[in-house]
Ligand binder design. Sequence first.
Ligand code: ADP
Ligand code: MG
Length: 360
Amino acid sequence: MQRTQKWRKRAVLLGLTAMLTILLSGCGGEANPKDKTAAAEPTSRQYYIFDTVVNIKLYEDPKGEEHLDHIDAMLKTLDEELSRTLETSQIYKVNQEAGVEAVEVSEDTIEVLKRSLNYAKETDGLFDPTVGGLVDLWDIGHEDAHVPAPEDLQRELSLVGYQNVVMDETKRTIFLKTPGMILDLGGIGKGYAADKIAAYLREEGVKSALVDLGGSSIIVVGSKPNGDDWIVGLQDPDSSRGTTMGTIRLNDQVINTSGVYERYFVEDGVMYHHILDPRTGAPAQNELKSVTILTDNATDADALSTVVFVMGLEKGMEFVENYNEVTEALFITKDDKIYVTSGLKDQFKVTNELYTLIQE
Ligand code: ADP
Ligand code: MG
């Protein structure tokens, strides 16, 4: 019990555990004196948005500070648009006016909601941006999180339903049909922010940059300063082990992991994490520890890692294999087995004997 409490506290305090790290020096992690990356000091900054620490590193960028200032402003705007909890945000207003009237929002907000509703349709509602009431009820990642009473769960579950979101793209308005309904774009907002940052850096001609969102999402621009590909180390989602279990060479891709150890609490020996199954209203219970998605944009990667987790190993694997040619996935199960989609077989290497890559 002692241990559980301590753990819970740590999870709460740290909020997020790094599950992905960029290896700046070859696969082995040893510094290579010939590797210029180690020497090149980037212009870097840390931001805090959507309950997440964002780290950005710009390599050999003479206008680095200016770019970082601009990103700061971009992130503040996105928070004012998409945050569920910020009382001045557009989404907050939309939620307040649920069942009352449509609220005018920005193009960004329309775009994120539009993509959310598409994922909802593609996944039969397993991705559902109207899970906000459940997210508030479970309050996972906060000190007082606990298993809710069944009647509260039923009430919030009855308010979930992406079909009851009315979006008017021409007027740029959003209306939630049911009073009490709550939009939450937490499963996709960070990915959207990462895509915007990367697009801006590319427009500005930045040749080499690293955008890391809370250690669960990495998007890179260009190649490493020495021209090499970026290599990502995958941490065991259970950070108590602190081990890297494998590496992936990024190939013009973004990478995003959703896992049970990101935000969670333990009650009566059961672990409750922050990825909810809209069919039950409770955290998805399956054989998985984490799902990592690689694809060509961070918005897809973010939303898909969340929803593929809800699907579980078998259905999730099938879904990603059929999604599109550029999307790949890596699953880690609770019994330390790793499963990858066909396109990842050559890109992923297991570097830790605790894990077994299942080749089918
Ligand atoms: P994180 O944002 O912490 O990296 P995820 O990308 O996996 O983690 O997203 C989890 C967040 O997505 C939750 O905190 C919640 O806001 C939202 N969410 C949880 N379950 C769902 C779901 N089934 N569909 C859409 N959004 C969800
Ligand atoms: Mg996600």
